[in-house]
Ligand binder design. Structure first.
Ligand code: ADP
Ligand code: TRP
Length: 313
């Protein structure tokens, strides 16, 4: 039986944290083999916020290294750069011509920025149609994403429906798959771990950086068991084992923090080693190979799309 098509995109945005790993990367590794999977580095999406070309390049390289290091096999998953397949931006334009301005004004990412009094660029405004193009061009069935991206998949469905209504059945309806292996991973201050809150434990940090982040976890001196430490620990180690550890070390915060740092280190060390062994030329080769495979499919779809809209003579 033909496997279903899965596609997800990552905005290359720099160093990953334990929350990204447990909430998005690890669940991806556990499911991708069941599908015909594609992993896209959404570098053009990142231009809506990133203006430093060196940083953009660095982040693209880094994103590929991260995914391969955590166990994504480039032979089994098509790993590619969004910018390498020009048909994405071409299809985004065609989709933008199907939807209205008020429709795009409902997008959370755009609305939030405007509500904060910030000026949104036109790229951010059209962002959902580029994402719709990413998804629709490969006849994607499932799109693994975090909860915050759900609306964007709805936009892709709407765009597909609008196009199909005018030009005939062309695009498949994609379904979102909310990765929910773990609930929100808390950060060192107990809030959601997020790079924008400065409360992260780095995934590929050195042993010392991990230890430093763990030692900075805010503990409530009133309780016998440091809740914020436990809340992270239970996500990376068997809960009965750590319950026993915390029970026999009541009040000894340093002991349990050391144990957490050590457990994170054992989880991370093999992945860090793998990551260090991936060279720049490995990354370039993976992306080149991925782009060739993706391009073939994207071009076949675009041939139909160009005919349907009437530009193919
Ligand atoms: P950040 O909040 O650090 O900016 P992103 O928004 O870039 O993280 O998230 C990238 C992916 O990692 C998303 O799929 C998101 O759902 C997941 N993720 C981020 N932070 C957490 C967290 N604290 N717990 C679980 N998943 C998370
Ligand atoms: N917008 C997504 C994010 O910020 C990244 C993304 C771009 C994406 N294109 C996609 C995700 C297509 C899934 C499918 O996380």
């Amino acid at each position: 039986m033909q496997k279903k098509r899965l596609l997800t995109g990552v905005q290359p945005s720099g160093a990953l944290h334990i929350g990204n790993y447990l909430g998005a990367l690890k669940p991806f590794v556990s499911i991708y083999g069941e599908y015909e999977s594609m992993l896209m580095v959404a570098d053009y999406h990142s231009l809506t916020t990133l203006k430093d070309s060196g940083q953009v390049r660095e982040n693209i390289m880094s994103a590929v290294r991260d995914y391969v290091a955590i166990g994504v096999d480039p032979k089994r998953v098509i790993i590619f750069q969004q910018s390498a397949i020009q048909a994405h931006t071409e299809l985004a334009w065609i989709l933008e011509c199907q939807v209205t301005v008020p429709f795009l004004m409902q997008a959370h990412a755009y609305k939030d920025k405007v509500a904060k009094g910030l000026e949104a660029n036109a790229g951010l405004f059209c962002y959902p149609m580029l994402m719709a193009a990413d998804i629709l061009i490969y006849d994607t069935d499932v799109v693994p994403i975090g909860q915050d991206q759900k609306q964007h998949v709805e936009y892709a469905r709407e765009a597909a429906a609008k196009f199909n209504k005018v030009y005939g059945d062309t695009f498949k309806d994609p379904e979102e798959m909310i990765l929910r292996d773990v609930a929100t991973v808390p950060g060192t201050d107990g809030q959601k771990m997020s790079k924008s809150y400065g409360n992260t434990i780095p995934l590929f940090g050195t042993k010392n950086e991990i230890l430093k982040a763990v030692m900075s976890i805010i503990t409530d001196s009133k309780g016998e068991s440091p809740e914020n430490v436990y809340a992270i620990h239970r996500l990376i180690k068997d809960e009965t084992e750590i319950a026993a550890l915390y029970k026999s070390n009541k009040g000894k915060y340093k002991v349990v923090k050391d144990a957490l740092a050590e457990d994170i280190e054992s989880l991370v060390a093999p992945m860090r080693e793998k990551r260090d062994s991936i060279t720049d030329s490995d990354v370039v080769r993976i992306l080149k190979d991925g782009a060739e495979r993706a391009r073939e499919q994207a071009e076949a779809k675009m041939k139909v799309v160009r005919e349907r809209v009437g530009v193919a003579l």
